[in-house]
Design a protein around this ligand. Structure first.
Ligand SMILES: *Cc1c(COP(=O)(O)O)cnc(C)c1O
Length: 658
């Protein structure tokens, strides 16, 4: 839609700002020399397939006016500020939204907030009105407005400039303003330069001042383009994006849980994320308790991770050959997890579990394996298998497309029920290659293992010559620096990792005993490969995140988790609610009494959870949109976030039950 609706005009002033995420906009950059150099931009042609035009500065407006478009071709124009609007109105354009904050206004507000009552403003004459109006509304003294005409830059007499000692601060509203003053009043400019703090309007203006050796300059943000587009009807609303997506993607989503179907809600689209907060394209801010399903353990847009990605990107993004980050990340994974003697990097958790299963089968020469009802190991065929009715001998496909032949080698046992595991071993004597288990299941909601259960699995594996595979895609580097294996003291033969280890980029891994891992190609016969495996960007991101995961971070997560639990438990006592937590993973079950098995999970009140989810979303909390999921704390959450969460959770749960 946006590409149909928008032609976005920016001056050099705004050209460096990042475009609004997710938009397809046609951008025409009007540079410093717009009046001459850019005359060859054919506006009529550019507008042909658009419904409207956005103009963000008086300079751009003046240029637009100059284009000889017949009135019937003059589409609606949306402008950033009053000054721009005024210029366009002169050109008889159909102006729609003339009153959003502009750079000039932002600079005035910034200097006023900093306590300057008598700043000097330098800007084009068209902007003067905005500056004047903003000063008036803020009760600012405006004796120092140096305005020049955009074209005839000579009609400001330097002698008209105020005494630099009197001016407390200077604001520059365009790069041309900087150059204008530098040219017109060099002495004056230098005096200002020596003594005064300044506010600049945008990146280009900042740059112009920096080049002249100015210090203590602060950027005043220019027009908020996103706000501008929303002002003319929310073109990029979540609803609209979802409708577009439905036409080209099954169910509109690229992973089913994102469709919010379990909770009777419509999905939102994220525009940006920072720390513990998401901002949707609808402009709503949400406290994020999903954290990209785990990776954002330090919050979104972590600076160390971003810097690592950028510096890695500078050297290229994928080579299909060996590079340094893959070695460093592999070493870090092995160093932290002593049972991982060797590791192989892949691109998703699904790939890690699939490959680990093939390896376990290849290593033991046995066809079958055991997994647990309610545990999730990605969507590899062998894992999309449900327990057969009664008899454990035959799992059957839980998704069309998985063949019965594949399913028959998957035995599905009950979590926290060792007898069911023994029965599975007995059903296929000598044929079980491995047990796959989430050591702290999060994919049926948080259901901790009962004491002795994981130890029992270890013993059974040893007795039967099978391998124990801990699927730590969710728990690795989250519940403990050495994952659930470290937290619970269970030694796996193989382990799978994902989510956190990619730092938010697609990366996962499996690893374990060297004698098993060495059965992989190219050393051994078990085939496994990946075009993007060990991708340098993803490895750099993962490594940067792991290096930030210090013992202090785990202490912090523990403190927040305990605080949350303490705030919630008393409020749900006596109600059909159950709060279960392991470290920074937790679930509120709509269930009376403890949730220990998948049967308990299945008895939860899904409809009540849906109501709960919608109320929480309304209150500004993004929770996993399904009962059978864990929500995640990050170190970016604050005590206030946690307290507000607990309070809202209790309210929402009560309302959902009522
Ligand atoms: C998320 C998850 C997976 C699958 O990982 P993807 O990257 O989504 O393929 C596998 N196992 C567990 C325990 C998970 O939580």
């Amino acid at each position: 839609m946006a590409d149909r609706v928008l032609a976005l005009f920016r001056t050099a002033e705004t050209a460096d700002r990042p475009p609004v995420p997710g938009w397809i906009v046609r951008t025409v950059v009007l540079g410093e020399q717009a009046d001459s150099d850019d005359d060859d931009i054919d506006l009529a042609k550019r507008l042909a397939d658009k419904d409207c035009l956005i103009v963000t500065s008086p300079r751009a407006a003046a240029w637009v006016n100059k284009q000889a478009l017949p009135p019937e071709r003059r589409k609606p124009v949306f402008v950033a500020g009053p000054a721009t609007g005024a210029v366009l109105a002169n050109g008889r354009w159909d102006v729609r939204v003339p009153a959003l904050a502009t750079g000039g206004e932002a600079a005035v507000r910034m200097l006023a907030a900093a306590g300057f009552r008598r700043p000097l403003f330098v800007g084009a004459r068209e902007t003067a009105g905005t500056v004047e109006a903003t000063c008036r509304s803020l009760n600012l003294d405006l004796e120092h407005l140096a305005a020049y005409a955009t074209k005839a830059r000579k009609n400001l007499d330097p002698s008209e400039l105020p005494d630099p000692v009197v001016a407390q601060a200077a604001a520059f509203l365009a790069p041309s303003a900087v150059r204008f003053l530098e040219k017109m009043a060099p002495t004056y400019f230098r005096q200002l330069a020596l003594t005064r703090p300044a506010a600049a309007c945008g990146e280009a203006t900042l740059q112009a001042l920096r080049e002249l050796g100015w210090r203590d300059i602060r950027p005043a943000p220019g027009p908020d383009l996103q706000q501008l587009v929303q002002a003319f009807g929310g073109t990029m609303s979540s609803r609209e994006l979802f409708a577009r997506s439905l036409a080209v993607t099954p169910g509109g989503v690229h992973s089913p849980v994102r469709a919010f179907r379990n909770v009777g809600a419509e999905p939102f689209y994220v525009a940006s994320a920072k720390g513990s907060r998401l901002t949707t394209v609808d402009g709503k801010e949400l406290v994020d308790w999903v954290g990209s399903w785990g990776p954002m353990v330090l919050g979104h847009s972590h600076p160390a991770v971003g810097a690592a990605i950028q510096s890695s990107l500078a050297s290229g993004s994928s080579f299909g050959a060996c590079s340094i980050p893959e070695v460093e990340l592999s070493e870090e994974i092995c160093r932290r997890n002593p049972w991982v003697q060797k590791v192989r990097l892949v691109s998703s958790g699904t790939e890690a579990t699939m490959s680990a299963l093939r390896l376990a089968r290849g290593f033991t020469g046995r066809p079958a394996f055991i997994k647990f009802r309610g545990c999730y190991h990605g969507h590899g065929d062998s894992f999309l298998v449900a327990a057969g009715s009664g008899a454990l001998t035959h799992g059957h496909p839980s998704s069309p497309g998985v063949t019965p032949d594949t399913a028959k080698d998957t035995l599905v046992a009950e979590f926290n029920d060792l007898e069911s595991v023994e029965a599975a071993f007995a059903a296929r004597p000598g044929e079980i290659s491995c047990i796959f288990v989430e050591p702290v299941p999060g994919n049926m909601g948080v259901v901790p293992a009962q004491p002795g259960f994981l130890e029992g699995l270890r013993t059974l594996c040893d007795e039967h010559g099978a391998l124990l595979v801990l699927d730590e895609v969710m728990t690795g580097f989250r519940v403990h620096t050495r994952g659930a294996a470290g937290l619970l003291g269970i030694q796996p033969d193989l382990a799978t990792y994902g989510k956190i280890i990619g730092g938010g980029l697609p990366l996962a891994a499996f690893g374990g005993r060297a004698d098993i891992m060495d059965k992989l190609s190219p050393l051994g016969p078990v085939y496994q490969a990946g075009t993007l495996s060990g991708n340098p960007l993803a490895c750099a991101a993962g490594l940067a995140l792991l290096r930030e995961l210090t013992p202090e971070v785990y202490t912090r997560l523990a403190i927040l988790g305990e605080r949350m639990e303490k705030a919630i438990l008393p409020g749900i006592a006596g109600k059909p609610l159950r709060f279960q937590r392991v470290g920074s993973m937790a679930t509120l079950f709509f269930h009376d009494g403890p949730v220990r098995t998948f049967a308990d999970v299945a008895a939860c009140d899904n409809a009540a959870f849906g109501r709960f989810f919608r109320i929480m979303l309304d209150k500004g909390h993004f929770l996993p949109p399904a009962q059978f999921e864990a929500f995640f704390l990050s170190a970016a959450h604050t005590e206030e976030d946690v307290d507000r969460f607990a309070k809202d959770l209790l309210f929402a749960a009560d309302s959902a039950l009522a």
